[in-house]
Design a protein around this ligand. Structure first.
Ligand SMILES: CC(C)(COP(=O)(O)OP(=O)(O)OC[C@H]1O[C@@H](n2cnc3c(N)ncnc32)[C@H](O)[C@@H]1OP(=O)(O)O)[C@@H](O)C(=O)NCCC(=O)NCCS
Length: 172
């Protein structure tokens, strides 16, 4: 069964194994902790992730953000991130959502299904009428994930498409 679960202490070891193997930057999806040790993950990364989900200890310019892991039964296959609302930087930049699927498991629709699950959660959190996403033009897999979930390209610049998906929930 496929499900999203917020970052949490109980799953720390599996979360760590996943995060330490993520690249630092793939098509703008950033990971601050490539190669991190388990001790450092527990001491630094986990508290930051769990605080930010609650809107705690955010530095200037950041909004609350929840990191979910996509689980297929007892195995983590992806990471999906939700920024709870926009600010000016996000509105014209990265938007609400980021995601990553483990390299050796791509092309099995985890990306598409994971975003679908994230949107179901996001509709109860995000106050804006639409979800904002952004994708590199040289990343067709990610664009397909968005289009598969009702995404519409609304703008582009030299190297990126800007995509919107209707938010049927519009949490206040
Ligand atoms: C983007 C990413 C999450 C997609 O994950 P995934 O599990 O492989 O996605 P899916 O299996 O759902 O495939 C999505 C679609 O992309 C298509 N696709 C995959 N590679 C493609 C390629 N090179 N060219 C065109 N389409 C491609 C698939 O056919 C599928 O389309 P379909 O459903 O219409 O057949 C994954 O590639 C990834 O983690 N990339 C690195 C991080 C990243 O780019 N994040 C997004 C930043 S905007």
């Amino acid at each position: 069964m496929l499900y999203l679960k917020e970052t949490n202490l109980e799953d720390a070891e599996k979360e760590w194994l996943f995060v330490k193997d993520m690249p630092e930057d793939e098509f703008g999806l950033m990971n601050k902790w490539p190669g991190i040790s388990f001790e450092d993950f527990k001491a630094t990364a986990l508290p930051v992730l769990m605080d930010h989900a609650k809107g705690l200890n955010l530095r200037e310019g950041l909004v609350p953000e929840t990191f979910f892991f996509l689980w297929d039964d007892d195995r983590i296959v992806g990471q999906f991130r939700l920024r709870h609302h926009l600010n000016e930087t996000l509105r014209t930049g990265a938007g609400h959502i980021g995601y990553f699927v483990r390299k050796d498991l791509r092309g099995k629709h985890y990306g598409t299904e994971g975003l679908k699950l994230l949107l179901e959660i996001a509709r109860n959190i995000v106050p804006e009428d639409e979800f904002y996403l952004r994708v590199c033009k040289i990343n067709p897999a990610s664009l397909h994930v968005m289009l598969n979930n009702g995404g519409r390209i609304v703008a582009e610049n030299e190297d990126r498409f800007f995509v919107r998906i209707n938010n049927p929930g519009k949490a206040i």
